[in-house]
Design a protein around this ligand. Structure first.
Ligand code: NDP
Length: 510
């Protein structure tokens, strides 16, 4: 693997990567210059045909070797923890675990089957057969966010690579180190040069990929997603957009409240709330709202916040640092607005912790109303608002008013009732009596509707997005011998008799 070579340091912007948990400078990474992006693209274009020619089985073997190297590389885990400030448990138990599970799925039988050529037998022209081929687009640009430097960066390259594409990955300017370490592992394993390259940099590098690649797989905010989509539209290249949301959790009166409260707090504060499909708002039926809020408050008060965790010598923690500084401003703004309009802080509320680490107290807000910012706009941070609703219908109305539709969950002891409600939520995926699990069920598509994006990750549907289709229509070996005869009847010169036959046929068959 080739990591983009640093350009002339004086002439190029440098990314200063700071550890969110300590404020220490981790690394200075030169951003890729336009010339380096162009050179990386050329390398990718040269390398891609041989990678495609390897076939799915051999590509899968290569990707499985890389996944095992990621699993066993302590340096990668340390890097992931250091550049995000997340608990080690989340780095290993979520990001690395997911990467292995996704690789297992796509490089196994299901992935190979999804890529296989298919034969279709026409009903009408039975003398023909159609071969539907799935071919890679060429070079796919993967643009990733900072909240999951492995899961939404390298792991998002697995499907396009498996489909036979070369990939140029642009990680977020805030967290490029994990991706660069994966690139080193690719090289150390001797995997084909040029097939997977990492290009660190700011938005300009992402733009350059949109200007040059054959397809874009973008994960990030709705705002940037619109720009990326517009550029890809201009160039008429395929694009997958996985964007933000305001995913709800609807708690009905008959739900198992302790279980629902535990899930609300986990999905609200895991990764310090910096999770796209997190519970962004809870809508709870009036009759159980007080008890549910008290249960959630007790859970929040028990959270242990700090750096590291799980590894020997570290204090165990549940909630880490804030990876991206602006999320703290957003959390403060939303809490301030909510409290000013009558919301109550049910737990937390101490705000940012003084010192060099970037920590923000997990905060539970009760008595939140739908007009408050925290109920309407993406928080993407450690704040969880609880709204009381009269009934399921009111919850559904509020949920579906949102301009986004990414994820959600419904909680009830009556699964049929929960399912009926889930089916009416306008969102890409909904869990019943669970949260975040839709991300780990890699067999089924996951994506957003409305402003939450276009296209999906996971399942055969996602893999096939990274292929262009080609249909070859040819004669059947035996009946195809009739082809010249039929061509003679259908082509010039047109004959009244043929039209009579066609009319008869259309009346009979349709
Ligand atoms: P951004 O949209 O700010 O950035 C995403 C990526 O795009 C970054 O690598 C960024 O680079 C790059 N970028 C910035 N400008 C451009 C441009 N003009 N053209 C191309 N690329 C560009 O999102 P965040 O990184 O802040 O991520 C948080 C958002 O991501 C949240 O809204 C969250 O909901 C969403 N998300 C969605 C997921 C999903 O599956 N639906 C999963 C995870 C997150 P740089 O960082 O250098 O600016």
């Amino acid at each position: 693997m080739t990591v983009s070579a640093p350009g002339t340091p004086a002439a190029l912007p440098t990314l200063s990567i700071v550890a969110p948990a300590t404020g220490a400078l981790l690394a200075e990474v030169p951003a890729a210059s336009p010339a380096e992006v162009a050179a990386a693209l050329e390398r990718a274009q040269r390398a891609q045909p041989a990678w495609e020619a390897l076939g799915p089985r051999a590509r899968g073997q290569a990707l499985r070797r890389l996944a095992r190297a990621i699993r066993d590389d302590e340096r990668l885990t340390d890097t992931l923890v250091a550049e995000t400030g997340k608990p080690r448990y989340e780095a290993v138990g979520m990001e690395i675990f997911y990467t292995l599970e996704l690789t297992r799925y796509y490089t196994g039988r299901a992935g190979r089957r999804a890529l296989r050529e298919e034969q279709r037998r026409p009903f009408l022209f039975a003398i023909k057969r159609a071969r539907v081929r799935r071919l890679p687009h060429g070079v796919v640009g993967v643009i990733g966010p900072w909240n999951w430097p492995l899961l939404n960066n390298y792991a998002d390259c697995v499907a396009p690579l498996m489909a036979g594409n070369a990939v140029l990955l642009k990680p977020s300017e805030a967290t490029p180190l994990t991706s660069l370490r994966v690139a080193e592992l690719w090289k150390e394993l001797g995997l084909p040069e040029g097939v997977f390259q990492v290009l660190p940099g700011r938005g300009e590098v992402g733009q350059a990929l949109c200007d040059r690649c054959d397809m874009i797989f973008f994960t990030g905010s709705v705002k940037t997603g619109r720009q990326v989509g517009a550029r890809c539209g201009e160039r008429m290249i395929p694009v997958v957009l996985e964007l933000g949301g305001k995913s709800p959790m609807i708690v009905l009166g008959d739900a198992d409240l302790p279980r629902a409260a535990r899930a609300a707090v986990w999905s609200g504060f895991a990764n310090s709330g910096q999770v796209c499909i997190r519970t962004e708002r809870v809508l709870v039926e009036e009759s159980v709202a007080e008890r549910f809020t008290a249960l959630c408050a007790a859970e929040v008060k028990a959270l242990r916040q700090g750096a590291g965790g799980v590894a020997a010598g570290d204090q165990d923690i549940d909630v880490g640092a804030i990876t991206f500084a602006p999320q703290i401003d957003n959390a403060e703004k939303q809490i301030g607005d909510a409290v000013a309009r009558g919301a109550r802080v049910a737990a937390g509320g101490d705000g940012r912790r003084p010192g060099s680490g970037r920590f923000f107290a997990p905060t539970l807000l009760a008595d939140v109303s739908p007009d408050m910012l925290v109920a309407r706009e993406e928080t993407f941070g450690p704040v969880l608002p609880i709204l009381r609703v009269r009934d399921a219908e009111e919850a559904l109305r509020l949920v579906n008013e949102s301009p986004t539709g990414l994820s959600g969950s419904v909680w009830s002891a009556d699964v049929a009732r929960a399912r009926a409600l889930a089916q009416r939520i306008v969102a890409g995926s909904v869990c019943i009596n669970d949260v975040l699990m839709n991300y780990f069920v890699v067999e089924a598509p996951l994506g957003g509707v409305k402003a939450s994006g276009l296209g999906v990750r996971h399942g055969p549907e996602a893999l096939r997005q990274f292929c262009r289709l080609q249909t070859i229509v040819e004669d059947q070996p035996l009946s195809g011998r009739l082809s010249p005869l039929i061509q003679k009847q259908l082509m010039f010169p047109y004959r009244p008799r043929t039209l009579r036959v066609l009319r008869w046929f259309m009346r009979r068959v349709y």
